[in-house]
Write a protein that binds this ligand. Structure first.
Ligand SMILES: Cc1cc2nc3c(=O)[nH]c(=O)nc-3n(C[C@H](O)[C@H](O)[C@H](O)COP(=O)(O)OP(=O)(O)OC[C@H]3O[C@@H](n4cnc5c(N)ncnc54)[C@H](O)[C@@H]3O)c2cc1C
Length: 465
């Protein structure tokens, strides 16, 4: 067992409870962006503010439809167990609510994973809630908008007003023209393309340092009618490929049983890959995949393929700025937008909102920079980033033939050892999944007993039978 303080701190964030006796700290809080991160921040803040205004450029009444402000909403969006556990705490009954609209709760028996066409041992107690992104977002949105303090403003946020070292208001434009909204706290949840760094710079502050990890990921998703045994016996199937085994540069393929009796098939390719463009391409690729892919893609098409490209994973460092205004925080993809193939984004937003809840429960001084919040958030983001961007960097280094220092080489070899053993060993599989799903800190994977076990499992597997 690893007893590092980061392991404990991370685990605590996965389990922060809402306050039993909330204290109102703010008159008006303004959340910029009404997507997953903004909605979850609003949920947490509704316990601490008389009014929470969500400023969102898209209509916020749209029910379960893809929208312009979230172009990735057409693609596969699975929520991991760490995120779902927090959602259920904040919105009791959300899972059942989504299920009543056709979402599927896939239990451990139904979660099937292939790694390079080898079927992984099925194990554990984890269930996954599977539905389209618009359905999940709309169920969260309904719950948040039903909270008494929450209001919405359909507007494009255009800047901030400052007085001394504090943020005092948000500037925006609507169809009627520009306006200003005074706020005691502003939360930036405008996603990875949000303009907060520009606004900070214009006001004489440093821009948060931006770190980028080139990935060039390409996504294609289509929907097909789901029939036969898959109506009563739904399973979520994932096929993952390591370089260079995936057909057509494929990294991950997912078949998810979503609402309206559909299969959602999501294909993720590396930059050099060749994602399917047409339904025929989808079917041809799915023919080469294990499990139910071929059968799923044979159903009637209910939505043509939609495509998305993301050049890089990126994160912004809010912890090393020499000056930062009070009464301002940033959350969600605005802080870290990771390779979507790992399905971490919404869990990251939930864990960051949990950091905010923890921070507010500690009675912070509002007229000081929110250093403690940003430190906790960075701890969570580091953990998720090191798992996904760490693997992407290892892949890129292998392609480029980069020599890495011995300690990095060892860490990567250990991760490979674990991934290999996870195919057949329940303990290793569970430990790896806990980190992949955001339930545990990656340092838990450095446990010598776990590594010894993985090595022994792999040695046994390599022995001639
Ligand atoms: C292809 C793809 C697949 C993904 N799959 C998964 C997955 O399987 N699982 C998972 O957990 N995550 C996934 N993600 C990540 C997930 O989409 C995000 O992490 C999640 O939406 C949280 O992001 P966010 O709320 O911070 O920002 P976004 O979702 O980007 O939302 C930003 C919001 O801010 C609004 N906005 C922006 N600027 C302004 C402005 N100036 N004024 C007013 N409003 C503004 C936008 O309209 C939008 O509503 C995926 C991402 C991509 C790209």
């Amino acid at each position: 067992m690893v007893t590092h303080p980061l392991v404990t701190a991370f685990e605590k964030i996965t389990r922060v409870r809402l306050p039993e006796h909330p204290v109102i700290r703010y008159e008006t809080v303004c959340v910029l962006g009404g997507s997953i991160a903004g909605l979850l921040a609003a949920r947490v803040l509704a316990d601490h503010a008389r009014t929470v205004v969500i400023v969102e450029r898209d209509p916020m009444d749209a029910d379960g439809n893809p929208r312009a402000g979230v172009p990735q909403g057409h693609q596969v969006h699975g929520i991991g167990p760490a995120g779902l556990q927090l959602l259920e705490q904040w919105f009791p009954g959300l899972t059942e609510d989504a299920r009543s609209l056709g979402a599927t709760l896939v239990g451990p028996d139904g979660i099937i994973t292939y790694v390079d066409s080898t079927r992984q041992l099925q194990s554990g107690t984890t269930s996954l809630l599977v539905c389209s992104r618009p359905l999940l977002e709309s169920r969260i949105r309904r719950r948040v908008l039903a909270l008494a303090p929450v209001r919405t403003l359909k507007a494009q946020a255009t800047g901030l007003d400052f007085h001394g070292e504090r943020v005092t208001a948000v500037r925006y434009t609507t169809d009627e023209g520009p306006g200003t909204l005074a706020a005691d706290l502003v939360v930036d949840a405008m996603g990875r393309a949000g303009r907060l760094p520009d606004w900070l710079e214009q006001a004489g502050y440093e821009r948060p340092r931006l770190e980028r990890m080139r990935t060039g990921m390409q996504y294609a998703t289509a929907l097909f009618e789901r029939t036969g045994r898959h109506l009563t016996d739904p399973e979520q199937t994932a096929a993952q490929f390591t370089l260079p085994s995936g057909p057509g540069g494929l990294a991950v393929a997912l078949a998810q049983p979503v609402e309206n009796r559909q299969w959602l098939i999501g294909i993720t390719c590396y930059a050099e890959g060749n994602p399917p463009q047409t339904v025929e391409d989808f079917r041809a690729l799915c023919e080469k995949l294990p499990g139910p892919f071929a059968e799923a893609a044979m159903g009637t098409v209910t939505r043509e393929p939609a495509h998305f490209h993301q050049a890089d994973s990126r994160r912004r460092d809010f912890t090393s700025l020499s000056r930062f205004p009070y009464r301002l925080i940033s959350i969600g993809d605005a802080v870290a937008s990771m390779n979507a193939a790992y399905g971490q984004g919404m869990t990251s937003a939930a864990l960051q909102a949990s950091c905010l809840s923890d921070h507010l429960n500690r009675n912070p001084d509002p007229d000081a920079p929110a250093d403690a919040f940003f430190a906790a958030q960075a701890m969570v983001v580091d953990a998720l980033w090191s798992f996904s961007a760490g693997a992407d960097q290892a892949r890129q280094d292998a392609i480029d033939g980069v020599e890495v220092p011995p300690e990095i080489r060892q860490a990567r070899a250990a991760r490979q050892q674990l991934a290999q053993a996870a195919l057949v060993d329940e303990t290793v599989n569970e430990a790896l999944k806990a980190v992949a799903f955001g339930l545990a800190h990656p340092l838990t994977l450095t446990d010598p007993a776990l590594l010894d076990r993985a090595a022994a499992v792999n040695r046994r597997a390599a022995e001639p039978s």
